[in-house]
Ligand binder design. Structure first.
Ligand SMILES: NC(=O)c1ccc[n+]([C@@H]2O[C@H](COP(=O)([O-])OP(=O)(O)OC[C@H]3O[C@@H](n4cnc5c(N)ncnc54)[C@H](OP(=O)(O)O)[C@@H]3O)[C@@H](O)[C@H]2O)c1
Length: 305
């Protein structure tokens, strides 16, 4: 038995500085059953890593096997393509209708494997996690957008649909895939949130509420999955040219989905927590950055339950 306070009481959330170190730590955690945070914490006692220093979990997509929900169109398709262009070993295209992944398969052959997954049907998420047991990077990109103000007669219906798919779907994806990511050595979980997670537009307020809720869940996942050596990236696009933004009918010029997908590849490599990929998103980020650093990304250990 060791003397002193229990290891879990230390207010540290340390991370490996690079992927090689991270893999070594994950291997030790795997062999010993000791939690990754505890290994980092013990290591920090010897290497004099600064108290509360946040060391990032990085993830190079090269050679990785990824799963992308909604990979058949819009931002999801761009993510699948960017991952393959940057050397991913393979992509599970997790889509409602497997036939809709045909264009990706025509282009990339057996590097793309379609998997049937509907975020509103928990059994399909469970089945997909059974099929994709070798996945190392999971991108929960798919979502619904139903525009409603709080005063519209269909507001509750729109909110319930969005909560079911955009929020409960995220939770089920995390529950289904976190154990697999851990088993496969860490990797990353990427969640497509939005500027709507931070700023409500009254004409699609119910959608914004679901994206705010999804961001809140993402923050919990960042902490919980981080303890297992899994990177969590929260992506906040602004106005991107897809069917969804057509539906939102915003003024302004939408930017290409590739801005998001290339941004994700780079953010994973850098071990970033947040990504604001386009011009509109960066405008929000400029104002939000200080709050994110000192509150969202901070440990605030003194206020933890
Ligand atoms: N476009 C933007 O300006 C923008 C801005 C901020 C955030 N985002 C976020 O980025 C992500 C991708 O958006 P997008 O613009 O690419 O949307 P999109 O073009 O409308 O595509 C939505 C994708 O989600 C899938 N999907 C819908 N409901 C699903 C369900 N129940 N189960 C599984 N898949 C389902 C769709 O599949 P089907 O083809 O089968 O319908 C489609 O692949 C979303 O999370 C969105 O909120 C987008």
């Amino acid at each position: 038995m060791r003397d002193g306070p229990p290891i879990r009481a230390f207010p540290l959330q340390l991370r490996a500085k690079n992927e090689k170190n991270q893999l070594q730590f994950v291997a030790v955690a795997h062999l010993t059953g000791i939690k990754l945070d505890d290994i980092f914490m013990v290591k920090s006692l010897f290497t004099k890593v600064k108290d509360r220093e946040q060391v990032k979990i990085t993830c190079d997509i090269k050679g990785k096997i990824a799963l992308v929900t909604g990979a058949n169109r819009g931002i999801g398709k761009a993510i699948a393509e960017a991952f393959l262009h940057h050397g991913a070993a393979g992509i599970y295209a997790a889509v409602r209708n497997p036939d809709s992944a045909a264009p990706l398969i025509e282009r990339y052959g057996d590097k793309v494997v379609p998997v049937q997954l509907d975020l509103s049907e928990p059994e399909t998420i469970a089945a997909a996690s059974g099929t994709a047991g070798d996945v190392q990077v999971v991108v929960n990109n798919a979502a619904v957008f139903r525009a409603s103000t709080p005063l519209d007669s269909d507001a509750i219906d729109a909110l319930e649909l969005g909560m079911k798919i955009n929020v409960c779907g995220l939770i089920r994806m995390a529950q289904g895939f976190a154990p697999i990511l851990k088993q496969n050595g860490g990797g990353a979980f990427v969640q497509l949130n939005s500027v709507a997670s931070l700023k409500c537009s009254s004409n699609f307020a119910t959608h914004c509420a679901t994206k705010a809720a999804a961001y809140s869940i993402t923050q919990a996942l960042h902490e919980l999955l981080g303890q297992e050596g899994i990177a969590v990236l929260s992506v906040h696009p602004g106005l991107i040219a897809t069917d969804m933004s057509d539906g939102a009918a915003l003024s302004g010029t939408p930017e290409p989905p590739q801005l998001v997908s290339e941004g994700i590849v780079a953010a994973l490599k850098a071990g970033d927590y947040h990504l604001f990929p386009d011009k509109m998103a960066r405008r929000i980020e400029n104002a939000y950055h200080g709050f994110a650093v000192s509150v969202i990304e901070a440990d605030l250990a003194e206020y933890k339950a």
